[in-house]
Design a protein around this ligand. Structure first.
Ligand SMILES: [Zn+2]
Length: 229
């Protein structure tokens, strides 16, 4: 398992305690790997597609805990050149899908889906705990991290510049410098060496921005026991 995969696997098993953070993390996963289907009769359906079981597991658990709704999970095994399996986690019941979209603010008060599933309002991201939860969800959905014992690199690949800028802004608001580079068709938000400190405490992975390390700041509560990115 790669370092990224093992971090994601750990993060997928940790659940934020507060409902506001659960909603923020759900919003990030939906925004980065979700899609909304609307039928001719205005029936909404939301689903995420991912090749990473950890992402599917986390999203499923978040939806169950936060909304207690019916969720359909399917796994498709690819064939030929596309051998990777794809997990689909779907909310197919219209009222349930609307509840989720309204809670995560991916839909505006008039029932319009925001372009490219960008957050309609940043109200779900007012608090620092929720900003962290959002970045954690974004990392799970579209990120990678190198083993910090070799070199520091943390990145999140976004399909649109608007999403990349939103994540960059969130990271900056925590005092960590993040840059954006266009790679293939993705806008990649990345943090360079020296701006990120990652620690692993047994089963817990923690990433801190420079200057917010618990030993230098004397406040480890932000990270334990849930392990916050
Ligand atoms: Zn929160």
């Amino acid at each position: 398992m790669s370092f990224s995969s093992s971090v994601k696997d750990e993060l997928s098993r940790q659940m934020p305690g507060a409902r506001h953070c659960q909603i923020a993390e759900t919003a990030a996963i939906l925004s980065l790997c979700g899609r909304v289907k609307i039928s001719a009769s205005d029936h909404f359906w939301i689903e995420i597609h991912t090749e990473n079981v950890a992402v599917a597991r986390k999203y499923f658990t978040l939806l169950k805990k936060t909304f207690n709704i019916r969720i359909d999970v399917s796994i498709r095994q690819g064939i030929g050149n596309h051998k990777n399996r794809t997990c689909t986690v779907a909310v197919t019941h219209h009222e349930d899908a609307m509840r989720v979209l309204q809670a995560v603010k991916l839909i505006d008060p008039y029932g319009e889906i925001e372009e490219n599933l960008s957050l309609a309002q940043n109200v779900v991201l007012m608090q620092n705990c929720c900003k962290r939860a959002f970045i954690r969800g974004a990392f799970l959905a579209a990120g990678s991290i190198s083993d910090p014992e070799k070199f520091y690199h943390f990145e999140i690949a976004c399909a649109t510049e608007a999403k990349a800028k939103q994540i960059q802004g969130l990271i900056l608001s925590m005092g960590i410098e993040a840059k954006i580079v266009l790679r293939k068709k993705y806008f990649v938000v990345y943090i360079k060496e020296g701006n990120l400190i990652v620690e692993r405490h047994g089963s817990t992975s923690c990433a801190y921005g420079a200057g917010e390390h618990p030993h230098s700041q004397g406040d480890a509560r932000e990270c334990e026991p849930a392990g916050k990115l």
